[in-house]
Design a protein around this ligand. Structure first.
Ligand SMILES: N[C@@H](CCC(=O)N[C@@H](CS)C(=O)NCC(=O)O)C(=O)O
Length: 220
């Protein structure tokens, strides 16, 4: 059984979305099943010995698949697509696969980082470690990353080739994060995000993480 350790509105949604896309790819007989286990990061549950044994820094996402425990959203999603996919989310062709990897790397190192730094210096770091003067720098860096992105993305349906890949999951998720932090996106990227956010697998992934959180709350 696959277990995803998750928290709503966090990077674990990338994994839940990947799992839901793969569940749709699979034939009825093989159907990919997984459970979502909420980690109450807001109540310090990430730092318990139990969770630190799964993730050395007490974060989500973490994936368990049988004997395997993995952390970090990129390798988790790549592992899932490689193991359970049909070559769509992560193409088999080396050149197309390298292009997906190129975008994954660009998204997490260039596009996501200014957002994460902004979040850290706004609320995530301990109060005495926050440097408010960095906030405008983060906003500038994010816009710069978007400009770079726009030099390669000019309104096509998908980032790589003719089908939806992991690169689209990561970019759509990261753009949604930017919107939640009140960043302005260029029209082409707004249209791109709106198109992909409507995928049924995305709605299912959000619902799964939310249900897991509610189930934990009910337990008290
Ligand atoms: N690079 C990691 C980032 C993981 C991460 O920072 N997760 C956040 C939620 S989005 C977290 O668990 N934060 C809790 C904490 O910092 O203690 C990934 O992509 O999986």
């Amino acid at each position: 059984m696959i277990t995803l350790y998750s928290f709503p509105q966090s990077r674990s949604l990338r994994v839940a979305w990947t799992l839901e896309e793969l569940a749709q790819e699979q034939s009825q007989e093989r159907g990919l099943e997984y459970q979502c286990q909420h980690v109450a990061l807001d109540k310090g549950e990430g730092q318990t010995a139990e969770h630190l044994a799964r993730h050395p820094d007490g974060k989500v996402p973490v994936l368990e698949d049988g004997e395997l425990t993995l952390f970090e959203s990129v390798p988790i999603c790549r592992y899932l697509a490689e193991t359970y996919g049909d070559g769509t989310l992560l193409p088999n062709d080396p050149a197309a696969r390298a292009q997906v990897d190129q975008w994954l790397s660009f998204i997490v190192t260039e596009v996501e980082q200014p957002l994460w730094n902004q979040a850290k210096h706004k609320f995530a770091l301990p109060q005495d470690k926050r440097v408010p003067a960095l906030l405008p720098v983060c906003a500038w860096e994010f816009q710069r990353a978007l400009s770079a992105l726009e030099r390669r993305y000019s309104g096509q349906e998908y980032l790589v080739g003719e089908s939806f890949t992991l690169a689209d999951i990561f970019l759509t998720h990261t753009l949604s994060w930017a919107i939640s932090m009140k960043h302005r996106l260029p029209e082409t990227l707004m249209t791109y995000r709106e198109r992909h956010i409507q995928r049924p697998a995305m709605a299912k992934a959000i619902a799964r993480e939310k249900a897991a959180a509610e189930a934990e709350q009910e337990k008290g």
